[in-house]
Design a binder for this molecule. Structure first.
Ligand code: ANZ
Ligand code: ZN
Length: 877
């Protein structure tokens, strides 16, 4: 007998805490390698423990969780781990501000953020969790580094840092504000100090080629990586210099050789230094150049400046003498630090020559100019085609024996000639630089090196690792506590036993995030990773922000090759598929201050008025009821104070609703606009589905489905169920199109709302539809699905172990189809025909359709076109 009690209403707090307690007690998401299912490793980029989750985290981890849970439902052994990228500068800043130790602050944040993640119900194998600031993690990194040092893949060289002369400390780029130290306000200087590097350039070509084997990575990311690696094919050519050693230039445009009118060298080039020894004005200029910026971006934008060295170089073909200039845009660290200047065809040289009145010579012309602009070479105005080597309608002019050749032809001819004469050679250069891994900061992994006066830099022996970073310290904001503490530094040389000192620099935090994915596979392994790594790796799906497209993802790929070459893993790439999720954006609100500045107001403190299309038309401050101004929709950020706190949303609506909205509001790669009206819509949908299930089960168990006995309406609902299963499976599995998957389940729920058949088979059809809806939503709303699955009569089977629903192909077959009937292209009526009706029957029915028949009266039928399943068009006249 059925009880007519009010169905239980949806209370996400209860439903979610019950489901989470259930998963925790069952260790439902702990996995290992002993499985006969195919493995699936789904990894989201690990968070920095900044204090609280932000919406970007929620979006990232929800995408990962939906994919993980879907893969589990489709029969995979799914690993989804989580950890903490725990070293880094913010901890030092917070420590100074709050008078606590960075370690303490970090661990407290981890505790808090872990509980936040748990409240979102992610299917994470928490037994594998780690924080990268723990010695049991970084000991492996230290051992790997000493290994690389012995192999010659790590080395030390001088490199430029920002130096604060008042605080006597090195500053990170973000601590330099308008050229001044963030604390002292002193003008920052450039200083050269010895630093450690990893030879990523040895892997440049492999990192480039590997991109061709990553069809599962977004093209945009691959393009950025290709540009960052920046492979250039060119020639090194020697120019003799009167009274000095020959000078070697690197050029990618040997075809322009006959247009060289001077040579430019970097300020640090040895030849410049030699020339400066006898030329005080030049020496002063070189000194001045040292104070300029060092980044490539700065060099691109700064004004071109230079000075004649007085030296003369001899053109290798004509024997003409050309001046050698120092130019501020020539980098010592690229190519040879010397450039054959071709102001006729290189824009930077053009600007430089114009400024210093150096000669400009055209050597490339268009074979078939399309307009006046292209017809004549004008040395007073730069045109894009002057420097374009990709056009295939260019030829050499004013180049003697090389006239008429194109870029390729000239390249080959000159390469051949110089190689034969020993005056030059082909050469490939990469823009990619070696990875500088030293940081002069405290809160990082200590670099395991000892300096001895007699033995030099000695790696710390494995048996003495880890070199542990002291955690219980006080920060004064100026000096790293391990640099300030002479006791920490003091040690014995592992080679000669003499007194020695430890390295006090720590690693760049990109070091920890370069191999964490491998560590997750092998908890407790003696080395970084053990043979379990080969079971799980490569990562099947990696998910994270596009802001990591270049550095992190490059180091991550590089490190995988280091692991491979250390025989720790046997694959070449760390991740097969990459998804870069879009930003989370939100409205901004502000009031103008008297001084013209703006006071940004958090959306949580604002009441928003909307029109019937949900557009914001007005806003008032909750505190005073007075209007506030509406700004642009922008990325959630501290500076615009438009971050929406995920915790407050979870508290208010429940995790499932937050997850549902994050997946519904936009496709994963696009930006997602957070708006509470949308969140409320998702809450309503979940409540309706909840009520539908509760109402349905209140009438007792449904009988078994008897497919053969269904009425047309029952069949139609069942068809809708299976069409939805089909679509959602595709959307999850093939397209990562979660928003359309949700929309499809909503449609199914709508269709059920209109289906009030209470007969036994009607209830059986509804049972199947509701079970399907609950299963299809399970990856996104796992708590509600967990509860509803039990409510639907599955007390023994766990939804976490139930397979994704299968499409019943028979259910998709339509018994009858509706066809539109047109006369001469105009719609005149519709007919119902059997899905497999023969053509002549369809034609006959169409002609007989009453309205159609009326329009055909008195006309001769010339042709009947039948588009099966869609229309019948009768051509008559
Ligand atoms: C002559 C020339 C003519 C050049 C022309 C370009 C256009 P990528 O493609 O980035 O490898 N170059 C070489 N070394 C440099 C350095 N250390 N600092 C600044 N510029 C340098 O660029 C290679 C080109 O950049 C080289 O080819 C050289 O200028 C310049 F119509 O040589 B070219
Ligand atoms: Zn020694």
């Amino acid at each position: 007998m059925s009880t007519a009690a009010e169905p239980a209403s949806y209370d996400p707090k209860i439903v979610e805490s019950q489901a989470q307690a259930f998963w925790e007690a069952r260790r439902a998401f702990e996995v290992d390698e002993r499985s006969d299912k195919p493995k699936y490793y789904c990894l989201s980029m690990l968070p920095y423990p900044s204090g609280a989750l932000h919406m970007g985290h929620v979006r990232n981890y929800t995408i990962g969780d939906v994919i993980s849970r879907y893969k589990r439902m489709t029969g995979h052994n799914v690993l989804q781990p989580m950890g903490w990228d725990a070293f880094g500068l913010p901890a030092e800043n917070a420590a100074i501000k709050n008078r606590t130790a960075p370690a303490k602050w970090t661990y407290a944040n981890i505790e808090h953020m872990r509980s936040q993640l748990k409240s979102l119900g992610y299917a994470i194998d928490w037994s594998r969790e780690f924080a990268t600031c723990r010695p049991e993690y970084y000991v492996h990194e230290q051992r790997m580094f000493t290994r690389l040092l012995r192999k010659g893949l790590a080395y030390r060289k001088n490199s430029v840092v920002n130096w604060d002369p008042v605080d006597q400390t090195v500053l990170a780029n973000e601590q330099v504000i308008d050229g001044r130290g963030w604390r002292s306000g002193a003008l920052v200087e450039k200083r050269e100090i010895p630093q450690w590097f990893l030879r990523i350039t040895d892997y440049a070509q492999e990192l480039l080629d590997g991109l061709d084997n990553l069809p599962g990575w977004p093209d945009a990311v691959k393009t950025m990586q290709r540009n960052w690696i920046g492979r250039s094919e060119g020639l090194e050519i020697q120019f003799n210099v009167e009274g000095h050693e020959p000078l070697t230039v690197f050029t990618t445009r040997p075809d322009t050789l006959m247009g060289v009118t001077f040579v430019s060298i970097a300020g640090e080039h040895p030849l410049a230094l030699k020339a400066a020894a006898a030329n005080p004005a030049l020496a002063a200029f070189l000194e001045e150049l040292k104070h300029g910026g060092v980044s490539e971006a700065e060099l691109e934008t700064q004004e071109k400046r230079g000075m004649d060295t007085g030296l003369r170089a001899v053109h290798p073909i004509t024997g003409d003498k050309v001046p050698v200039w120092v130019a501020n845009f020539v980098l010592m660290g690229y190519g040879t630090g010397a450039v054959m200047a071709v102001p006729g065809h290189d824009q930077r040289d053009f600007e430089f020559a114009t400024k210093y009145a150096l000669p400009i010579q055209q050597v490339i012309a268009l074979k078939s100019p399309r307009n006046d602009d292209e017809k004549t070479y004008d040395p007073t105005t730069w045109r894009d085609w002057y420097g374009d080597k990709t056009r295939d309608d260019l030829e050499l002019v004013n180049s003697g024996e090389f006239d008429g050749l194109d870029y390729r032809g000239a390249f080959e001819a000159l390469a051949e000639r110089f190689e034969r004469k020993g005056q030059g050679q082909r050469r490939v250069n990469y823009r990619l630089r070696d990875w500088g891994v030293s940081r002069q900061r405290y809160w990082g992994c200590p670099i395991p090196v000892i300096y001895c006066d007699s033995c030099g830099a000695v790696p710390v022996p494995d048996s003495d690792l880890p070199v542990v970073l002291p955690e219980n310290v006080t920060l004064d904001g100026v000096k790293s506590p391990i640099k300030a503490d002479p006791e920490w530094r003091k040690t014995k040389c592992p080679q000669c036993g003499g007194a020695a000192e430890r390295e006090t620099d720590t690693f760049d935090t990109f070091m920890e995030s370069s191999w964490y994915y491998a560590r997750y596979t092998s908890p407790g392994a003696k080395d970084m990773v053990d043979k379990r790594g080969n079971y799980w790796l490569p990562v099947d799906q990696y998910i994270g922000g596009i802001e990591h497209a270049i550095l992190h993802l490059m180091y991550f790929r590089f490190y995988h090759k280091l692991l491979r070459d250390a025989r720790l893993v046997d694959s070449d790439e760390p991740a097969t598929n990459l998804l870069t999720q879009g930003m989370v954006i939100a409205e901004t609100f502000y009031r103008d201050n008297a001084d013209g500045s703006k006071d940004w107001i958090n959306p949580a403190d604002v009441d928003i008025q909307r029109d019937d299309k949900a557009r914001v038309v007005g806003a008032t401050l909750k505190a005073d009821g007075q209007p506030v101004r509406i700004g642009a929709v922008e990325k959630m950020s501290k500076s615009k104070n438009n971050g929406v706190d995920p915790q407050s949303m979870v508290d208010k609506f429940g995790a499932d609703t937050v997850r549902l909205f994050s997946m519904f509001a936009a496709p994963p790669e696009q930006s997602l606009e957070w708006n509470e009206a949308g969140v409320e819509g998702m809450a309503r949908f979940l409540r309706r589905l909840w009520t539908q299930v509760q109402k349905h089960v209140a009438d007792g168990a449904a009988p078994a489905l008897d497919v053969a006995s269904l009425t047309a309406e029952q069949k139609a609902v069942r068809r809708k169920t299976h069409e939805t299963i089909d679509k959602v499976g595709n959307d999850y599995g093939k397209r990562h199109s979660f928003n359309t998957a949700i929309a499809a389940v909503m449609e199914l729920s709508n269709a059920l709302g209109k289906f009030d058949d209470a007969s036994p088979q009607g209830r059986a059809v509804r049972q199947e539809a509701l079970e399907s809806a609950v299963l299809l939503l399970n990856p996104i709303t796992p708590h509600a699905s967990h509860a509803l699955w039990q409510a639907l009569g599955h007390a023994e089977t766990l939804i976490e172990d139930v397979a994704f629903p299968q499409v019943d192909a028979a259910a998709l077959v339509r018994d009858s189809v509706t066809l539109a009937v047109q006369v001469n292209g105009k719609l005149r009526g519709t007919i119902e025909v059997a899905a497999d009706a023969p053509r002549d029957q369809v034609e006959a029915l169409a002609k007989a359709e009453p309205n159609t028949a009326k329009f055909l009266e008195g006309l001769a039928i010339r042709k009947v076109i039948v588009v099966p399943g869609k229309i019948v068009n009768i051509v008559a006249g």
